[in-house]
Design a protein. Structure first.
Length: 289
């Protein structure tokens, strides 16, 4: 890295920096300590920064940033946006040269654009019927009736589920994502209780499942249904189905974590949580009756 005593927090920096590989170690420390990001996110940001530096021969300037991002334009919007996020953290936040990256805007993303045609309710039922294990059935219905993301489901603690209210409050907040306050129906409660009763061990997680087991669930469900069914597909299906059942978008946003944090906070306990439960139950979301 050119220049002795390099300080990423310096207030004035040139518009062309020549770095070396040591900067990535310092960047990782910055992400963990200064930005308080999770290790998985840090690894992704470091990987993206390394890819950018290798392509640009460790020279950071506007032209190289533009050339790097231009190579991602043909890719999915989410992939492009991930690169911008990583470069902003590296160049704007760590190197403190915001003018090199801030003119590049995020691409618009339609959350459900990846789903050309959602499965019907009968196909959702077929997917469930193709599963043999109680755990698989519980996970499948829980995913379909809560609308939660895979990461939220797999990180849930049993203490975050109220079986009397059939409510779920994951309390998962990041800069980009927040978990909703959602519920599950009686059909899901039956299989969930059956799974938990049979399960061995003292884990406080709601679901104890390996990556291999998780993938097997969707592979078997898709084969049985004759269409692709994944946790993402069920999340999209939940959103669409609840809308068709008459639930206003603002409440679907609460169930799926798209509402502002202030709105979610109002529904954590008491009357507002009970009211939210009634709205969910008014949809009468069922698969087998």
């Amino acid at each position: 890295m050119d220049g002795a005593g390099f300080d990423p927090a310096a207030s004035t920096m040139p518009t062309r920096l020549h770095l070396d590989s040591d900067c990535l170690e310092k960047f990782a420390d910055f992400l963990l300590v200064n930005m308080r990001l999770e290790k998985k996110t840090v690894q992704q940001n470091i990987q993206d920064a390394r890819r950018f530096l290798e392509m640009s021969n460790y020279i950071v300037n506007y032209e190289n940033v533009r050339r790097y991002l231009e190579s991602y334009i043909p890719k999915a919007a989410k992939t492009y946006n991930t690169q911008i996020t990583s470069l902003r953290r590296f160049i704007r936040d760590f190197l403190q040269v915001p003018k090199l990256v801030m003119s590049f805007k995020m691409a618009p993303v339609d959350e459900w654009a990846f789903v050309k045609e959602l499965p019907s309710k009968s196909q959702i039922r077929l997917g469930f019927e193709g599963l043999g294990e109680t755990k698989a059935k519980a996970i499948y219905l829980f995913t379909a009736t809560t609308g939660l993301r895979r990461g939220e489901i797999l990180s849930l603690q049993k203490s975050q589920v109220d079986f009397d209210l059939r409510s779920v409050i994951p309390k998962h907040f990041t800069r980009k994502k927040r978990s909703g306050i959602t519920f599950f129906n009686a059909e899901t409660a039956f299989w969930l209780q059956k799974y938990l009763t049979k399960r061995n061990g003292n884990s406080q997680k709601l679901f104890v499942v390996s990556d291999r087991q998780w993938k097997k669930i969707w592979r078997e469900a898709s084969k049985s249904a004759g269409v692709s069914i994944t946790s993402k597909v069920l999340r999209a299906w939940f959103s669409t189905e609840m809308g068709e059942l008459g639930i206003p978008d603002r409440f679907i946003d609460i169930f799926q974590g798209r509402a502002p944090r202030s709105v979610l906070a109002k529904h954590y306990t008491g009357r507002n949580l009970q009211s939210l439960k009634r709205i969910y139950e008014n949809a009468n979301l069922k698969f087998f009756s």
